[in-house]
Design a protein around this ligand. Structure first.
Ligand code: NAP
Length: 249
């Protein structure tokens, strides 16, 4: 876990009681968070909005996304769609342009793959290809599309990883392989982009729909709330330690 001092409180930079003017949007800190309709993505989006950030939120399910974005008020822009769809990624890039710049990209959206989790001996290869598209190719594509904006504002990328990237859990080989690939993309990106901070974060187990789909709702309910991971992510953003892999525990 990143063990720096607590994040100082941040004065909101936008008036959240009214729609932002173009000038407010340019002067605010702006984030793009994928998988923002629930779980860790929503918890982080809420915290960013509370700290004065403007947040472009995306997920496939429009109804759930709109409901979650409405909670954040005018700080949020909801753009529903699938991150594996190039046309949707272009819409996201335009939403970021409309804000006037980007300070933070959070690649949090992720697939789990087939359930029950198949052993590698039986892993359906089409499903594995789809999983790499969602968990590896789409995050890299979003990085490519937003890098000029991130470089311009010395911004940051957070890629959400997993302990399955480094541990040998039976059944988690497909998902874990995508997270290991995302880790290495992050690692090389950090070396190639000195003006952009890159952190890849294992958030630990969280009680979310994804974990419930993997281990069942009863076992998932014993895991911590995704809210418990948010202070670790906020400390990264506020204190900007060197790029690297972090484990939240
Ligand atoms: N929960 C855990 O114990 C755990 C442990 C280690 C790592 N993680 C990682 O933590 C991150 C957040 O997961 P979570 O547990 O918060 O899961 P979650 O509650 O199921 O949320 C996943 C979010 O991603 C969205 N999403 C999924 N596929 C998408 C796609 N192709 N395009 C756009 N949005 C998509 C979902 O909305 P739609 O379905 O509507 O698209 C939802 O908003 C993931 O990267 C996951 O791998 C989780």
């Amino acid at each position: 876990m990143y063990g720096g001092p607590r994040v100082p409180s941040v004065t909101p930079m936008t008036d959240r009681t009214s729609s932002p003017s173009a000038a407010q949007a340019v002067n605010s800190r702006n984030a793009l968070v994928t998988g923002a309709s629930r779980g860790l993505g929503l918890a982080l989006s809420r915290a960013l909005a509370a700290a004065g950030w403007r947040v472009v939120m995306t997920a496939r399910g429009d109804e759930e996304l709109q409901k979650s974005a409405a909670e954040l008020g005018p700080a949020a822009t909801a753009v529903a769609g699938d991150v594996t769809d190039p046309a949707h990624r272009t819409r996201l890039a335009h939403a970021v342009e409309d804000l006037g710049g980007l300070d933070l990209l959070v690649n949090n959206a992720s697939g789990l793959g087939p359930t029950p989790l198949p052993r590698l001996a039986d892993y359906p290869l089409d499903a594995l290809t789809d999983l790499f598209a969602a968990n590896v190719v789409a995050p890299l594509a979003l990085i490519q599309q937003t890098l000029p904006a991130l470089r311009a504002r010395r911004g940051a990328v957070i890629n959400i990883s997993s302990d399955a990237a480094v541990e040998a859990y039976e059944g988690w080989g497909g998902y874990g392989a995508t997270k290991a690939a995302l880790d290495q993309i992050s690692n090389v990106l950090a070396a190639e982009e000195p003006d952009v901070a890159v952190w890849w974060v294992d958030p630990g187990e969280m009680n979310t729909r994804m974990l419930a789909a993997a281990v069942g709702p009863a076992e998932a309910s014993g895991a911590p709330s995704p809210d418990t991971v948010v202070p670790t992510l906020l400390r990264l953003i506020e204190e900007r330690p060197p790029s690297g892999r972090l484990v939240h525990r």
